[in-house]
Design a protein around this ligand. Structure first.
Ligand code: ZN
Ligand code: FE
Length: 257
């Protein structure tokens, strides 16, 4: 039986850890120390390291972990991450024999140029592209790439569990409510997130169904979202121009606090 648990790092990073009580794989180990402490405490043997993109809070611990445990390091082919032994891209399948799992690689550029996701066992590890009720900032890719990547994730089966790399859900919900104050599921999600955070628990994983129902960046064709994004952008937005709505939302989010 495979478990997926978060190891906390920095302020709000999650290093998702897949384990079967004997072996483990970690996604985006930005810091080696909490990973080593967890593996030691639970007597787990590291079998693989997976990276979604090159940012320091996702790869900062890779060198040390790769040296200590001598395991394969998977990471996006398009990005320059030192220590990656297995560069991957869309269409590749990663087999981790120790955990008896296979993961598909998806290209989801936008936040960074080569950002990838790992998909398998009904779970997707999407790094900084899709967040609980939000999405990552556009750093290197184009708005169209980010939009397309999010649409790609939204097209996964509804019950796919979404493992994002940061706990940003509550702040994202505040923005989502500004976009769509009339969304009842969003209000419900806010209440649930508050309860979880008050108990010190992650709001993740979420699901593709929940994101489609509450995440404004996946709801660019909703009238209320279009109207509010338009008002903020000072534009008359028409439904049917999804990219314009998406761009207005992403820019509004950058100013929103
Ligand atoms: Zn990042
Ligand atoms: Fe990050």
């Amino acid at each position: 039986m495979l478990d997926i648990i978060p190891i906390h790092a920095f302020q709000d990073n999650y290093i998702w850890t897949l384990h079967n009580r004997q072996h483990a794989a970690v996604v985006d180990p930005g810091d080696a120390a909490p990973v080593r402490a967890h593996l030691d405490a639970h007597r787990l043997k590291l079998a693989a390291i997976l990276c979604t993109h090159h940012h320091g809070d996702h790869v900062g611990g890779v060198r040390e972990l790769a040296q200590v445990y001598n395991v394969p390091v998977y990471g996006p082919q398009l990005e320059n991450i030192s220590c990656v032994s297995h560069p991957v891209a869309e269409g590749d399948v990663i087999a981790i024999a120790e955990l008896n799992i296979r993961l598909d690689v998806l290209d989801i550029p936008g936040h960074t140029r080569g950002h990838v996701a790992y998909l398998g066992m009904g779970a997707v590890f999407c790094g900084d592209t899709l967040f609980g009720c939000g999405c990552g900032r556009l750093f290197e890719g184009t708005m169209a790439q980010l939009h397309h990547s999010l649409q790609r994730l939204a097209s996964l089966p509804d019950d796919t569990r979404v493992y994002c790399a940061h706990e940003y859900t509550e702040a994202n919900i505040r923005f989502a409510l500004a976009c769509e104050p009339g969304n009842a599921q969003l209000k419900k999600r806010q209440a649930e997130a508050r309860t979880l955070r008050a108990a010190g628990l992650p709001t993740l994983p979420s699901s593709i169904a929940l994101e489609k129902a509450t995440n404004p960046f996946l709801r660019c064709t909703e009238q209320e979202v279009i109207q509010n994004a338009g008002r903020e952008a000072g534009l008359e937005l028409a439904s049917g121009n999804e990219m314009t709505v998406f761009t207005a939302l992403r820019e509004w989010r950058n100013r929103f606090s």
